[in-house]
Every structure is written in C-alpha cells, then in structure tokens.
Design a protein around this ligand. Structure first.
Ligand code: KIV
Ligand code: ZN
Length: 563
C-alpha cells in the first residue's frame, strides 16, 4: 500500500457544464425530516431509553418538525417497542408523519409493517447501498444485482403498504435511499431510483421520496451539489419525486452540503439537532434553519427557546453541545476582543437611537433574544477586552451609562485587574471595581452632614442656593462649611473653598436615573480639571438629584488627591 496521503483515492467530480445552482439563492425552507431518533440515536454510546426517546420526540414536535424518523423497528426489540408506545400511547400528533427505516430485505420489511400497525401517517423508508465501493467490497454484486435487491424490497413494501392502507386507512408514503449515493455513479443512481419509482407507482399525486445520502462525506459541497442537480435534471418523472438529502459531516461541511444541495434542486433535508449522528454526525438542522432565518427566510421551525432544546438534547443523548456550536454554544454570543466589544456596544446604541427595524449589530449575526438568549452576558471581560466591553457591561448589567470620556480610564482599571487576576472577570466584579474606584471614595474628605436650600424655600431660577454641611479631613474632627451659589454645584464649590479645596475647574457633568429593583436613584458623572491641570472623574449616587452631583464632585476631588 502507498504511504501517507498518497494512499487515498480522490473524489472524481462529474463533468456538468449545465449546472445552474451557483447563481441561485435559497428562497424557502425545505421539508425537514429529523433522524435524531434513528441515525442520531444509533450513534450514541448509550442509546436513548423509552422515556428519553419520547421526550425527544415531543421536543421535535414542539420545534415544528413534521416528518420524524423514529427508528429501525426491525433492528431490535427495543426499537420495536418504542414504536408501539408512540402509536398506542397516542404520542403522535395528526399533522406529524413518523418515518421508519428498513433495509430492502424481506423479513425486516415484514417486521416493520407489524411495527407501524395503527399509525395514521407513515413513511416507510427503505435503502440499499449502491456505491462502487460497497458493490465491490461488501456486496460483491454488479449494478444489476444491486438493482434487484432494491426492486425486490420495493415490490414487497408496495404490496404490504397497499394492504395496510386498505386495512387501516393509514396514509403510507415511501422513501428510497440509494445509500452511499455520493459514491455512486450518477447515471446508476438515476436508473435505480427510476426503477424503484415505477414499482412503487409514483406519480405527481403519490410522490416518492428519493433520498440522496452523503453517507460518508467525501468531497466538497460544490461537487455534491453537481450530483444533486444532475440527478434532478436527469430523473425521468421528476414531478413524481420529492428529492431529499441526508448529508453526513465527515469533512465538517454537512451543513454547507445541504445548503448547496438545496440550490441544486433538492426539496427536503434529513438531519439532526446539533448534528448528532454516526461518526462526525449528520447535518445540523438547527444551524441550517437558523442560517435561513438570518437571511430573512422563515425556516418553519421554532428555535425561540434554544437553551431548553439544548438542555433536553444534552440530557437525553448524554452528548455535549460545544461552546462554539453555531447559535447554541455557550460562547457564541460572547465577545472578548476589545474592538468587537466596542462595535457591539455601538451597534446596540445605534439600534436604540435609530429605532432601526432591522438587526444591525456588528459581530452578532442573529439577535440572541430571538433564541431566548437575551439574558446571557454578550460581553465578557478578560485581559483582551477593551473599554467598550466594560462600558457595555456597566450599561446592560447595571444600567450605568458611563460618559465616553470615562471609558478609557475605567477600561484600564479593569484591564489591570484582569491582568493581575490572570482570568476572566465577571460582571459583578466589574461593578465592584467601579464602586470601589468611583463611588465609595470618602477619603481624604468625607461629608458627614449636608443640606441644600433656597432662600424662600421655593425653587426659582433667579434664587440663590445655599449649602450647609460638615466635612471631615483624614478622619479628624468635622468642620462646618457653607456656601451660596447660582445652583447646588456652585454653592458646594463655594463651601469647599472654606477648607482650602480650590483650583478645581468644572469640565463636564452628566446624570441619569437608574433603578435598582424598585429603588430609583440618580447617578452623576463629574469631570473636573485639577489645580495641576489633570482631568479627573468622580461618580455620585443619591435618591436626591442635588446630592448625586455633590457626591460626584467630592469623589473626583478625593480621587485626584489619592492619585
Ligand atoms: O447515512 C445514510 O446513508 C443513512 C441511510 C440509511 C439513509 O443513514
Ligand atoms: Zn445516515
């Protein structure tokens, strides 16, 4: 055998100049079929038990999947019993069709029909392998031999299906998979499917589902799309078939394969939640559907509570959804990078200010709220984070809208803290840092008593405002101070001059209300120029809108003296 990469046989793409898929776009969602309970389940270390399968089945129904492959009832007693419970326990909604898989072999087909007895809507899905590799290595049969297996199975299924329909009024449809389609000569795939269609009596009213599995993904999605378009264009009686795909994910491109296959003319996709399935899994229905959603296409499936879906999936399958899994991963709406945080912050502000009807936030391809994920921290702070992220956390988690000029200073404080801690810091730590740095600053000066009043006791623009209070310096005895000014801030500065706090220039001031529970407070951000010409910020909080700026001023002065 050759060594290393040279021992592999590359996929030979078809020559297909007539392709039209590259210039198409996806305009509507396909028919979705979940194979979680079959392909997904068979790939689990510990397959789901009855309760877990039922829970997963109900979850899929709630999501809105209308075709659900529930198992391989001829494969084991457990699979058989699960199907019986689904039917006899009345778990299947009238608008949901269950699908059962069976190999094109007589005894398995018979057992399958026993298992579906009493179901209202069923797809009987049969398959046999058609690829060159499987013909050579596994079945040691030529194309005629493989076709015979398919047709023998098809004839029996049609006979038993007709009987069951006559007996119980069951609505039976049929699906045939030329398994390992991706490694099958396309002419042969078309020919065998056409023969099966004839046996099943498929027509425009009784369409057969022809499912084209990429059983083991072996090429790039574009080459697979060529195969699908070739198949669609060359299949006689195309109108009598629903073309389905069943992409696996061996090259990590199962979703892309499904998307390009839809461009190429497929009508239906089989896949699983979070891409669970044999080896690297199946195409992930969630990613596929939400990719459409973010292109303004209704996916026909409901993922508005993705966390619940994830929770049920992880519990019933004992698999973990990766932190970076599209849409559902724990970290996918989280930005650590400073420039990303800044842009998200600006995007959120833009959305608020412009009242845009559309989602226009950089770095977030979907509104997390559409998935029920609004309460998660979008921005998380580590040493790579920047001022924008810190401001975002303060605003979204605590309602503090820091003025822009404060962002660099506080950003640096948080960054130094992260560096020292050597880890991510949580939102409450950011807030504690803020409080410690700007709010709880009562040294060297501390006000022990204060009051403002107007001369007449009635507020009037022309009236002077008086301040009276007591201030302590470095814990010494309090000193009485008072001042009169055009407003509270002016009066307070006048009073401070009595303890030689002079030379500060008032640069800027902003204030807003914050509510903590039912408790509304005013918060003031004060920017002063110190006697040495430096800029310093202070923050004051109070229920009284006169006291908040006063506290902010003292915070700024104390901070400047500390520095
Ligand atoms: O991957 C596959 O080919 C299958 C078939 C049975 C459809 O699961
Ligand atoms: Zn499969």
């Amino acid at each position: 055998m050759k060594k290393g990469f040279e021992k592999y046989i590359p996929f030979e793409p078809i020559t297909f100049e007539e392709r039209t898929w590259p210039s198409k776009r996806i305009e509507k969602h396909p028919i979705w079929c979940s194979v979680d309970l079959r392909d997904g389940n068979q790939a689990l270390i510990d397959p789901m038990n009855l309760e877990e399968k039922l829970e997963m089945f109900h979850l899929l129904c709630d999501i809105g999947v209308k075709e659900i492959e529930v198992g391989f009832p001829s494969a084991s007693e457990t699979e058989y019993e699960i199907l019986r419970e689904l039917i006899e326990g009345g778990h299947i909604p009238d608008d949901v069709t269950i699908q059962v898989l069976v190999q094109a072999r007589e005894h398995l087909i018979k057992k399958t029909f026993e298992a579906i007895h009493g179901a209202k809507n069923v797809i009987v899905h049969f398959y046999n392998s058609t690829s060159t590799l499987q013909r050579k290595v596994v079945f040691k049969k030529d194309m005629a031999g493989i076709t015979e297996i398919a047709l023998e199975g098809a004839k029996l299924i049609k006979k038993l299906g007709d009987e069951a329909a006559a007996q119980t009024g069951c609505n039976i449809r049929y699906e045939y998979s030329p398994e390992s389609f991706m490694g099958t000569e396309p002419e042969f795939a078309v020919a065998i499917c056409h023969e099966v269609m004839k046996v099943m009596g498929a027509d425009e009213k009784n369409k057969i589902i022809l499912n084209l599995p990429s059983t083991v993904e072996n090429t790039t999605p574009n080459a697979f799309a060529d195969l699908v378009e070739y198949f669609c264009k060359n299949l006689p009686m195309r109108e009598a078939a629903i073309i389905s795909m069943h992409p696996h994910n061996d090259r990590g491109t199962g979703v892309a394969t499904a998307e390009l296959g839809l461009l190429a003319g497929a009508d239906r996709v089989e896949g699983t939640l979070f891409g669970n399935g044999e080896r690297t899994g199946n195409a992930d229905l969630i990613t596929l559907a939400l990719n459409m959603y973010t292109q303004a296409i209704d996916p026909g499936l409901d993922f508005s509570n993705i966390n619940k879906i994830k929770e049920v999936y992880e519990r019933t399958t004992r698999m973990q959804v990766h932190e970076r899994h599209p849409y559902a991963g724990e970290l996918v709406f989280t930005a650590f990078s400073g420039s990303h945080q800044d842009a998200i912050n600006k995007g959120e502000t833009y959305m608020r200010d412009s009242k845009s009807e559309y989602w226009e936030v950089p770095y977030l391809p979907i509104d997390p709220a559409d998935l029920g994920r609004e309460y998660e921290p979008i921005i998380r702070i580590n040493s790579q984070s920047g001022k924008g992220g810190v401001a975002f956390v303060m605003s979204t988690a605590y309602g503090y809208n820091l003025p822009k000029a404060m962002h660099p200073g506080f950003g640096k404080i948080v960054q130094d803290y992260c560096d020292a801690a050597g880890r991510e810091v949580l939102a409450n730590e950011v807030f504690d840092l803020f409080a410690q740095e700007y709010i709880n600053v009562d040294a060297p000066y501390k006000l022990v008593r204060h009051k403002f009043y107007e001369e007449s006791g009635i507020y009037d623009e022309s009236q002077k405002v008086h301040f009276e209070g007591e201030i302590k310096h470095n814990g010494q005895e309090p000193v009485e101070i008072s001042g009169t000014g055009n407003g509270p801030i002016d009066a307070f500065f006048q009073a401070l001059s009595q303890v030689d706090i002079t030379g500060y220039e008032f640069v800027n001031y902003s204030e807003h209300a914050i509510s903590v529970g039912s408790d509304a407070k005013a918060v003031s951000y004060i920017e002063l120029k110190t006697p040495k010409g430096k800029t310093v910020f202070g923050v004051g909080r109070s229920h009284n809108i006169n006291y908040a700026p006063m506290r902010g001023i003292l915070s700024a002065i104390n901070r400047s003296l500390k520095a």
